[in-house]
Write a protein that binds this ligand. Structure first.
Ligand code: JFZ
Length: 313
């Protein structure tokens, strides 16, 4: 609604969090490092890891240093107004307690608790907006979940059943069990039909009427546009839009990626986006323990010092 659109315009700066099973290998598989974006490690474009092998990672997931309050504090001290976290990325693993699938943090790991619940609570207490990233088309684990391209030959199973038996129930969980959601962030719609995109839109409207949906829902039915990754826009865009970016080069934690943006670079990129009317969403990739890398924090806090002093936030 109009109030949500105004909120979006006011917010300007948000934290993106990529966190999943991919944060454990962090770009390395069987002694080999695959440079690039670590959350794609499993795919046949990268290390091509069989599902049965990859899923064993869940047993090694002990994020005992994950501290939702500390992450929320980092966002606030950085001058940010929202957090959008990966609830399920292309690997198919749900980072919250999902009843719709056993491939989730509750059933497949020894971690007790629901990190997304903790984050939702911490955001609510601190007055930060919360959003969930959900990979609705690509799911490399589930039968019927699509691979990298819609037409992949190795695509197994029926997309419609995957969509109705996993996507709709999981998105419903995320929209009903975590309090108010400000953003529903979909990704890589591929060849989804308009009917499928609209099914998700209607679900969001029904369960969280105030939430805004990004353009990666597909078929032009989102509320705001997400520009191509990392691209700093040189121009203004019509309507509500955001640029997404990351503190180093990978979205998910990558052990080798030390190309951290300084506070100055972050400010430059933020201001260049906001000055053209867009929002800036900047990503951090917590590691397998749940910690945001120190140098990501340093840049963010440095920029935040300036913002909190001069930025009028
Ligand atoms: C997607 C994901 O595949 C990636 O892992 C990450 O989550 C990123 C934020 O989003 O990658 C994309 C999607 C769209 C574009 C580029 C990368 N694009 O439109 O330019």
């Amino acid at each position: 609604d109009e109030a949500s659109r105004q909120q979006f315009t006011q917010d300007k700066y948000s934290m993106f969090i990529h966190w999943g099973l991919y944060s454990i290998p962090g770009g390395e598989w069987k002694g080999k490092t695959y440079y690039g974006i670590s959350e794609w490690l499993m795919s046949d474009r990268v290390a091509d890891i069989p599902i049965d092998e990859y899923k064993k990672l869940a047993k090694d997931f002990h994020p005992d240093q994950f501290d939702a309050k500390a992450i929320v504090k980092l966002a606030i001290d950085s001058g940010m107004k929202n957090i959008v976290i990966t609830a399920k990325h292309h690997e198919g693993f749900a980072m919250y307690h999902s009843k719709a699938s056993d491939y989730d943090i509750e059933d497949a790991t020894s971690f007790s608790g629901d990190p997304l619940k903790e984050l939702a609570k911490a955001c609510q207490e601190a007055g930060l907006g919360l959003g969930f990233y959900y990979s609705q088309m690509q799911d490399w684990y589930e039968q019927g979940g699509a691979g990298i391209a819609w037409t992949d030959n190795n695509q197994k199973g029926d997309f419609d059943s995957y969509f109705d038996l996993k996507v709709i129930p999981q998105v419903t969980e995320l929209l009903t069990e975590y309090g108010p959601i400000r953003t529903v962030w979909f990704d890589t719609p591929g060849g989804m039909t308009k009917e499928q995109s609209m099914k998700l839109v209607n679900l969001v409207r029904k369960l969280q009427p105030k939430a805004l949906i990004n353009s990666r829902i597909g078929n032009g039915v989102g509320d705001f546009s997400t520009l191509g990754d990392h691209s700093l826009s040189q121009v203004n865009h019509p309507g509500l839009w955001e640029t997404i970016d990351t503190t180093n080069n990978s979205w998910g934690f990558a052990w080798y990626d030390e190309n951290w943006k300084s506070g100055k670079e972050i400010l430059h990129r933020l201001i260049s986006t906001v000055g053209r009317g867009g929002n800036y969403m900047l990503n951090v990739g917590p590691n397998a323990k749940g910690l945001v890398p120190e140098y990501a924090q340093k840049g963010l806090l440095k920029a935040g010092e300036w913002l909190n002093q001069y930025g009028g936030t």
